[in-house]
Design a protein around this ligand. Structure first.
Ligand code: NCD
Ligand code: ZN
Ligand code: ZN
Length: 346
C-alpha cells in the first residue's frame, strides 16, 4: 500500500554548496527536489561583496544540471569591513536576499566573522531600512561558555540587544537547536523567524555520543538534549509560519568527517525531504509539512510560493539512499538517520 502527498515544491532556506568540484557534486542533489535555496557565503575566502556574490552565483549556474530551473538565492557574509552601500546596491538589484552573520570563530569558515558588533551597526541599520533580512549563526564563541549553552547565551547577550538596538531589522535565527531558541521566536513578532534542520528534528546528543561517537552527526550548533529536540519538533509541526526548513546541508569530504578533528556539518540534501515526510507523519502532522517546507519560508522572504509541485510517496519497502556521492577526488557521506525511511520524492 502506498500513501502519497502532492505539495508546492519546497525551498531550502539554509544551504552550503561550496565551490569547484564539491559544488558540481552536491548541487544536483538539491536541485532535484528544491526550487530555490539561500546559499551560504562561508567559502574560503568568504563571499563578502556584491561583486563576489554575483561571481559565485555565476559559478553555481555554470554547475547546474541540464534542464534544471533551480534558483540560488545569494547572500553576503557580514564582516566588520562590510560596506553598507555595497550591500544595499546588491539588494536593490535583486542579487542578494539576505546577509549572513557569523560570530568570528563560531563555525566552519567563520574566521572573518564579526567580533565587535559596534563595527557593523551602520550595515544593520541600513538593512532594517531596506528590509533586507539578517541570517544569524547564533552561538557565542567565548571559551568559558559550554558548547551546549552557546545558543541560549547568544540570544541573551547578542541577539536580543542587536534586535532592540535595530528596530525593524528582520532576522532569521539559523538552525535553531534549543527550546530557548524556539521560545525566543515565539515570544517575538513576525520580524523574527527561524530555520530548523532535519538532524535537529530527529536526533539528540545521545544519538551522536552513546555507544561510540558518530562523526556524521557532528554539526554546529551541536545536537542538544532530547527535550530540546522535542521543542523543535513541536515548533516545526505547529503550523506557525515563523518556522521553516533550512537543511544546513553542509558537505565535507568523508576523510574530513572521519578524522581526528572532525569537521562540523551533515550532508542531508539527498534525503532531507524523505526523512521529513516520515518525521511529520510519525508526529501526526503530515498536514503541516507543506507549510514548513514550501510556504512559510517564501512568506518570510516576501517571495511567491513555487507554482509547481512535488509528490512524496510512502511505500512498504525502505527507500535506498546512496551511502556516499563522489566529489572530485573525494567522497561525501550521505546523512544516515539511523532508522529505515519509507518515504521518497517520486
Ligand atoms: C556548516 C558548514 O560546514 O559550513 N557546518 C555546520 O556544522 N552547520 C557551517 C554552519 O552552518 O554553521
Ligand atoms: Zn551556522
Ligand atoms: Zn550552515
Amino acid at each position: 500500500m502506498s500513501t502519497s502527498l502532492t505539495i508546492a515544491r519546497p525551498d531550502d532556506w539554509h544551504l552550503h554548496l561550496r565551490d569547484g568540484a564539491m559544488l558540481s557534486a552536491v548541487l544536483p542533489e538539491t536541485a532535484r527536489h528544491f526550487a530555490r535555496a539561500i546559499i551560504m557565503p562561508n567559502l574560503v575566502p568568504p563571499v563578502v561583496t556584491g561583486a563576489q556574490a554575483a561571481a559565485y552565483r555565476e559559478r553555481i549556474l555554470a554547475a547546474m544540471p541540464d534542464g534544471s530551473s533551480f534558483e540560488p538565492l545569494m547572500t553576503c557574509y557580514l564582516t566588520e569591513d562590510t560596506d553598507a552601500a555595497d550591500i544595499a546596491a546588491a539588494h536593490a538589484s535583486g542579487l542578494i536576499k539576505a546577509v549572513k552573520l557569523y560570530p568570528a570563530g563560531a563555525t566552519t569558515n567563520s574566521a572573518s566573522g564579526v567580533a565587535n558588533f559596534d563595527n557593523v551597526r551602520d550595515v544593520l541599520e541600513k538593512m532594517a531600512e531596506i528590509g533586507l533580512p539578517l541570517c544569524v549563526h547564533g552561538e557565542v564563541t567565548d571559551a568559558e561558555i559550554d558548547i551546549f549553552d552557546r545558543e541560549a547565551v547568544f540570544i541573551d547577550r547578542v541577539l536580543d540587544p542587536i534586535r532592540r538596538a535595530t528596530p525593524g531589522l528582520r532576522v532569521v535565527m539559523e538552525h535553531i537547536t534549543t527550546k530557548d531558541g524556539a521560545d525566543y521566536v515565539l515570544a517575538n513578532d513576525h520580524d523574527l523567524g527561524a530555520t530548523i534542520t532535519v538532524q535537529h528534528l530527529i536526533l539528540d546528543r545521545n544519538d551522536m555520543l552513546v555507544g561510540g561517537m558518530r562523526p556524521h552527526y557532528y554539526c554546529l550548533p551541536i545536537l542538544k538534549r532530547g527535550h530540546h529536540r522535542e521543542a523543535l519538533l513541536a515548533a516545526a509541526t505547529s503550523g506557525d509560519t515563523r518556522f521553516f526548513l533550512g537543511t544546513d546541508s553542509a558537505p565535507h569530504p568523508t576523510h574530513a568527517k572521519e578524522s581526528e578533528c572532525c569537521s562540523a556539518g551533515c550532508f542531508t540534501a539527498p534525503n532531507a525531504l524523505a526523512i521529513l515526510a516520515q518525521t511529520f507523519e510519525k508526529a501526526g502532522a503530515l498536514d503541516k509539512l507543506e507549510g514548513f517546507i514550501s510556504r512559510h519560508g517564501p512568506a518570510f522572504y516576501g517571495l511567491p510560493v513555487n507554482a509547481d509541485t512535488i509528490t512524496l510517496t510512502k511505500s512498504d519497502t525502505a527507500t535506498i539512499f546512496p551511502a556516499k556521492i563522489d566529489a572530485g577526488e573525494h567522497t561525501v557521506t550521505v546523512f544516515d538517520p539511523g532508522f529505515p525511511v519509507y518515504w521518497d520524492v517520486t
